[in-house]
Design a protein around this ligand. Structure first.
Ligand SMILES: CC(C)(COP(=O)(O)OP(=O)(O)OC[C@H]1O[C@@H](n2cnc3c(N)ncnc32)[C@H](O)[C@@H]1OP(=O)(O)O)[C@@H](O)C(=O)NCCC(=O)NCCS
Length: 288
């Protein structure tokens, strides 16, 4: 099967394939205590497509597809920022074709795109095939904890020192990201702005994107700032909260979640090469 770079026409097919692959993987790894496995909603599918089209603009040489007689067989999308950080955005092979070596070829192609980057990140599902692939590719695997449930609003802690952010804050966000994860994000902030409201610490110590179900990203230079930002994100939740990217390096986030009466579960892993799991930090699954 030939592997070639992804083109815009491939994106809707990749969206469908990834939804199928992740849904099947979630059904297989799901425990009774986990939130129910579900398909992507229409709005999340649309966001996925917009985000991936963005990667074809910023990283056309980091996104790969393979086709067989039935259509799209698999793909891997990846990005690099400031020549220091490579990250894997989405990686999936059609259910039924998995476990036969296509994933390795797609991942090898995506990783070749980051070959000269010193730092590498990916956020993985619990699929044992993915975990095997990533460890064999040299990633250190750090289990992710997940905080979920409805925030007990009587426990909310009022915070000050957090304001709404805007495009005028981009230099500040860049400085925080270089310090915490080793590279600024550039255009990825446009995508993140579609996931939630930008919140910024008034002292310039951190920022977060707050969605209805919790932060889609949080980065700070100290735990006190991170804690305040997370409380503000939780205050803005509406219904079920679900924060699934908390590594063991971020115990402060567990303390906030537990104080808000959220439940702790486990979900997936953070894979890193050439770096430690960032902290204080709650990464974004596709934009890390
Ligand atoms: C992860 C994924 C993209 C990998 O693609 P793939 O084509 O299955 O990958 P490969 O066949 O190259 O590699 C799978 C490895 O797991 C092994 N494997 C196969 N079935 C397995 C199983 N049930 N449990 C554990 N390992 C298994 C394979 O033998 C292979 O290892 P090897 O190369 O040492 O022999 C694909 O399985 C998938 O789409 N999974 C669901 C979505 C997902 O989790 N994506 C990753 C998100 S981070």
């Amino acid at each position: 099967m030939e592997i070639r770079t992804m083109q815009p026409a491939d994106v809707p097919l990749a969206e469908k394939l990834s939804d199928d692959a992740f849904y099947h993987a979630a059904l297989q790894s799901r425990r009774d205590s986990d939130p129910p496995a579900g398909r992507r909603s229409v709005s999340r599918s649309a966001n996925w497509i917009t985000r991936t089209e963005g990667f074809l603009t910023t990283d056309p040489d980091g996104c790969f597809v393979a086709y067989d007689a039935e259509g799209l067989a698999g793909f891997a999308t990846s990005a690099r920022r400031e020549d220091t950080l490579w990250f894997l955005c989405t990686f999936a092979v059609r259910p039924g074709l998995q476990g036969q070596g296509l994933g390795k070829r797609l991942l090898d192609a995506a990783m070749a795109y980051g070959a000269d980057c010193p730092h590498w990140m990916l956020s993985a599902s619990d699929d044992p095939k993915a975990l095997r692939r990533y460890r064999l590719a040299g990633f250190d695997l750090h289990p992710q904890l997940m905080l979920h449930g409805e925030v007990d609003r009587s426990r909310l802690v009022a915070v000050d020192g957090v304001r709404e952010g805007s495009a005028a804050d981009l230099d500040l966000l860049d400085a925080i990201d270089r310090k915490v994860r080793g590279a600024a994000r550039g255009r990825d902030h446009t995508t993140l702005a579609g996931t939630g409201s930008l919140l910024v610490d008034v002292e310039g110590g951190g920022y977060a994107y707050a969605a209805d179900n919790g932060p889609t990203l949080l980065a700070a230079i100290d735990e006190e700032t991170a804690t305040r930002l997370l409380w503000e994100c939780l205050a803005r939740t509406d219904g079920e909260a679900a924060m699934s990217h908390v590594t063991g390096a971020n115990q402060w986030a567990l303390d906030v979640g537990l104080a808000a009466r959220l439940r702790i579960g486990t979900e997936g892993v953070l894979g890193v090469r050439g770096m430690a799991p960032p902290a204080p930090y709650i990464h974004n699954g596709a934009l890390l």
